[in-house]
Design a protein around this ligand. Structure first.
Ligand code: IPM
Ligand code: MG
Length: 360
């Protein structure tokens, strides 16, 4: 029987509650497809700091590197807010992305027909939205040096460096063009080339890579305009390619098209087998233990794992269909509550989705 090792990094806050549901779903898939998943749990984030005085212990990194895929919940809790920056829970996320070379972050923003009314925008503008944001994840101002806070001219001075190597732009551009090839063949590269040199290089390299993908319709947009267009007319986008910081901001914005951060998954890929799957939402420590958070983003992240790491496309479809059926049948967690629907807890939502998978 085929067997895959999955590093299970639940993290902090409600991370465990949502990954528990995704594990249930993966177990249902393993039953249905006679495939074995071995889960290896390890600590990351604040809980790892408590145990090891570092948010990303070597043992976790080893397990992640050796795994066939990582499933991550979320990291962070306000109780770690006063820690020095280099041991804060968020550092672990940046660290694991860098160490596993997860340079390509895919963030789909899909507005499901069952939930169009949830969007804060008018239904006619958002219905049918299906965007894939391809965010570069291991470069840019997130990792650039020099950086720091120091005294200059007698006052404090803070600085970071937004920078990209040509090779880093090239590999993420190839990834975005390939993603676009499998979708509607439209790619919009988002930058700030009217102001930033690093963006001018980004644009130049994307234009160069485009020569190898003649069937893809390529456009460019400044990031401020893209932020506006995402709200004004989201359906104009198919695939958006962008750097780390712009992708961070635009993906949170895009998530609101669907009405809740609790719905959107992500995949972070490398050019080897290393890959990590996580919801784009945070750890919501204030909701921990209440059994109310939405597990759908994490369940859909597990679905992305099946598709991108294990090439199990029909299992991916099974999960998406099971989620959509749960929504169609009126099941809602608190964040997506609607009148006339049944509000259920985190575990019940997971159970309904599992039942739907096994019944299909
Ligand atoms: C995300 C998050 C992270 C990021 C934080 C928690 C470091 O916002 O995955 O989008 O900025 O990349
Ligand atoms: Mg973010």
């Amino acid at each position: 029987m085929t067997s895959y090792n999955i590093a299970l990094l639940a993290g902090d806050g409600t991370g465990k509650e949502v990954t528990d549901e995704a594990v249930k779903v993966l177990k249902a898939i393993s039953k249905k497809y006679s495939i074995n998943f071995e889960f290896e749990p390890s600590l990351i984030g604040g809980c790892a700091y408590d145990a090891y005085k570092t948010p990303l212990p070597d043992v976790t990194l080893d397990i992640a590197k050796k795994s066939d895929a990582v499933l991550l919940g979320a990291v962070g809790d306000w109780k770690y807010d006063s820690l020095p920056p280099d041991v804060r829970p968020e550092r672990a996320l940046l660290g694991i992305r860098k160490e596993l070379n997860l340079f390509a972050n895919l963030r789909p923003a899909i507005v499901y027909p069952e939930l169009t009314q949830l969007s804060p925008l008018k239904e006619e503008f958002v219905s049918g939205t299906d965007i894939m944001i391809v965010r570069e994840l291991t470069g840019d101002v997130y990792f650039g040096t020099p950086k720091g806070i120091e005294i200059r001219n007698g006052e404090k001075f803070g600085f970071n460096n937004m920078c990209y190597y040509e090779s880093e732009i090239r590999r993420i551009a190839h990834c975005a063009f390939k993603v676009a090839s499998q979708r509607n063949k439209k790619l919009c590269s988002v930058d700030k080339a009217n102001v930033l040199d690093v963006s001018r290089l980004f644009r130049e390299i994307v234009q160069d890579v485009a020569k190898e993908y003649k069937n893809i319709e390529l456009s460019f947009m400044y990031v401020d305009n893209a932020a506006m267009q995402l709200i004004r007319n989201p359906k104009q986008f198919d695939v958006i390619l962008t750097g780390n910081i712009f992708g961070d901001i635009l993906s949170d914005e895009a998530s609101m098209l669907s009405g809740s951060l609790g719905l959107l998954p992500s995949a972070s890929l490398s050019d080897s087998k290393n890959a990590m799957y996580e919801p784009i939402h945070g750890s919501a420590p204030d909701l921990k233990g209440l059994n109310i958070v939405n597990p759908i983003a994490t369940i859909l992240s597990a679905a992305m794992m099946l598709k991108y790491s294990f090439h199990m496309d029909s299992a991916y479809d099974d999960i998406v269909n099971a989620v959509r059926k749960a929504l169609k049948d009126g099941y809602r967690t608190k964040d997506i509550q609607q009148t006339g629907m049944v509000t259920v807890g985190t575990d019940k939502m997971g159970n309904v989705i599992v039942d739907n998978i096994l019944r299909q």
